[in-house]
Every structure is written in C-alpha cells, then in structure tokens.
Ligand binder design. Structure first.
Ligand code: GN1
Ligand code: MG
Length: 342
C-alpha cells in the first residue's frame, strides 16, 4: 500500500490505511500522510477488474464526466480521480491489481441504515442536480463498460436459459417466484418498448444511485458530492430514479429475514427531491413514469437474484446458502407493493 501511495505522492510518514465504505466490489482506504510540514488525507481504492474488465475505459468515462461537471453550474463538489506522479490515473501493483486515488472530502459522511425522509429528499436532490448538470452531455460518447447492464430483455433471455438448463436443480423449488416474474413481464416489455420507440432519451446514467454514494456534510447534513462514477454509462433517467426507489424506499435491508415493504413517505420524498432539480428539462414520459422506473429496477433485480439462485450462485457474493433466494423474494415483496402505470 505504501508503494501505491508513493506512486501518487511523496511522503515521509503515513498512518496505517483504514478501510472505509461498504462496497461489495472495490476496496477503499483512507490514508493520512505527512510530507515536510504538510499533512494530507487521500482515498486510495483498488478497482475490481473482475467486474470492470476495462479499467482504463472506466477511468476515461469518469474523467470525461468530471471535466464536464466542473464546467457546469453544478452545486456539488466533484471529487475527481488524481493523477499519479507518472501522469497516469491508474497504478498497477505487482499482483496486477489496479489502484487509483481520490481527494478526501473533509467533514463528510455517507448515510447508513434505512434513510429518513430528509436524507432521501436531499440525496434525490443531489442525484437530480447530477442529472441536470449532465443533461447536455453527449451520452453516446461514454463507453458501456458493463454491456447490457439494464438490458432487461437480455437478462430475461439468460434467466430463461438458466431455468431450462436448471444447472443446480433448483427450478422446482421456485415455481411461485418464477410465476411472479412472469407476471412482471408486461412491465419489462413496457420499458423495453419505451426504449426502442425513442420515448426515453439516452442520458448519462450513474447506475448506482444508493444512499452510500452521496457524501453529506457532517454539520449541515446537506449533500456535498455524488461519488462512485465507475458505472456512468449511456442509459436512462428511469433506471437511476428506479435504483433510488429500490435502495431508499424499502423498510428493511435487501437481505432481511422478514420481507421488506415500500415506504410511501420515502417515495414522496424521492420524487420531491429529484423533481426539484429535473422537472424543467425531463420529458413528460419520464416524469409520468418515475415510479414505473422504480418497479422496473426492483423487478429486474428480482430477476437477477433469482437467476443467480437458479444458476447456482455464480455472480453475487453470498453469506449463507439461500442468500440469493432470500434477496429475490424480498425484491418480489417490494414489487408487489409498487403502484405504477404501464
Ligand atoms: C451490486 O455491490 P453493489 O451493491 O454496489 C450490483 C448492482 C446491484 C446490487 C444489488 C456491478 O452492486 O447492480 O443492484 O449489487 N453491481 C454490479 O445489491 O453488478
Ligand atoms: Mg458502486
């Protein structure tokens, strides 16, 4: 780790790096070091190149978006990646891992646990400001670093293949869950048709709009920055709003033993916060279908978890044998709670 820090900055002494955040994909550390009379704090992060197979392209997407944001009227900070001493943004260690550095935003925290309506509204304002500042960014110039990320048709196809193949012998045990997904098929088809008909403009999507990706100010509790631009890709506004619904509105965590319900007070707060920044530039179709976006992303996540259960737990990390099944059932419980128009 010291070797990595020194690829970015000269220093005489450094405290032991401390792991921060709850990411399931990357490893993030805070490091404090001293150079002469200067004390600095940095974020050092290992980019998981099993998930992000083109690390350099991930950085290119991030940098393009950061540069653009800096030249907009954007009310938040832009903690862009820092250059290493050799001018590159990624440094490889001897094991071939990729590392990058970010500025540390002082006096900040990320919310934990089920959010209050205040946190949900403020985070949605931040994601709305992000979408607003990027509304004129040519989305097609970003690379799809995880191809088909929200291509539900493609995910449905893979689900059908796995259900047919039944590699882990689990299909018989999940008949009600499969039936529930078939009931959601008209929703998936509706979104697919919105996309192909051009009614949903292609936009810059953040693709990981959870509470943990907004930095809040420790005293004012206002949003300071939207972080984690690894999955910025061409996409739709509905999937970003949808992922907010999926991650903010449940009464219980994603893998709770009891089935979570949708909190309607949070839905209202998310809509208020998001629309306060976006109402004047998004299309009528987008506005009308924000909650449909929520149902879509919840349904798609149910599909993804159930597919992984049927496939024999090959994608998501699991903590116990039926973890993916519990997750899938919880998403289906949320989907049942969602009221939406198609
Ligand atoms: C993964 O690890 P995390 O929670 O940031 C996944 C998301 C899913 C989420 C479900 C690259 O994200 O798409 O919604 O799990 N990320 C990837 O918990 O697949
Ligand atoms: Mg992420």
């Amino acid at each position: 780790m010291l070797e990595i820090i020194s690829a970015f900055f000269d220093f005489e002494s450094a405290d032991k790096p401390t792991p921060i955040g709850k990411g399931n994909i990357n490893d993030t550390y805070r490091v404090d070091f001293t150079h002469g009379s200067i004390h600095r704090t940095l974020i050092i992060q290992r980019l998981n190149h099993q998930v992000f197979k083109q690390p350099v392209v991930v950085m290119e997407n991030t940098l393009k978006v950061c540069d653009f944001l800096r030249n907009q009227e954007y009310p938040l900070e832009v903690p862009a990646p820092l250059k290493a001493k050799n001018g590159a943004y990624l440094v490889q260690d001897q094991q071939g891992n990729y590392w990058r550095a970010f500025p540390y935003v002082s006096n900040s925290y990320t919310p934990e646990g089920p959010p209050t309506t205040g946190v949900a509204r403020e985070a949605a304002r931040a994601y709305g400001a992000f979408a607003r500042a990027l509304r004129h960014f040519p989305a097609e110039t970003l690379t799809e670093t995880i191809p088909g990320f929200h291509d539900t048709d493609k995910r449905w196809q893979y689900f059908m293949e796995m259900a047919k193949e039944d590699p882990a012998g689990r299909v018989k045990g999940v008949a009600p869950e499969i039936e529930a997904l078939f009931e959601a098929k008209p929703l998936f088809d509706f979104i697919s048709q919105l996309k192909t008909s051009g009614s949903l403009p292609l936009r810059v999507a953040h693709n990981d709009t959870k509470a943990g990706n907004v930095l809040f100010h420790s005293e004012t509790h206002k949003a300071l920055a939207v972080i984690d631009l690894d999955t910025v890709m061409p996409g739709t506004l509905l999937s970003d709003f949808g992922d907010m619904v999926r991650t903010f509105a449940p009464s219980l965590p994603e893998d709770a033993k009891d089935q979570p319900r949708i909190r309607t007070d949070i839905l209202k707060a998310l809509e208020e916060g998001f629309l306060s920044q976006t109402a004047d530039f998004i299309t009528e179709t987008e506005k009308k279908h924000l909650l449909t976006g929520g149902a879509w992303i919840i349904g798609e996540q149910a599909l993804r978890f159930l597919t992984d259960w049927i496939a024999g737990d090959v994608y998501y990390k699991i903590g116990y044998p039926d973890h993916n099944l519990v997750r899938a059932r919880n998403q289906l419980s949320l989907l049942r709670d969602m009221k939406y128009e198609i």
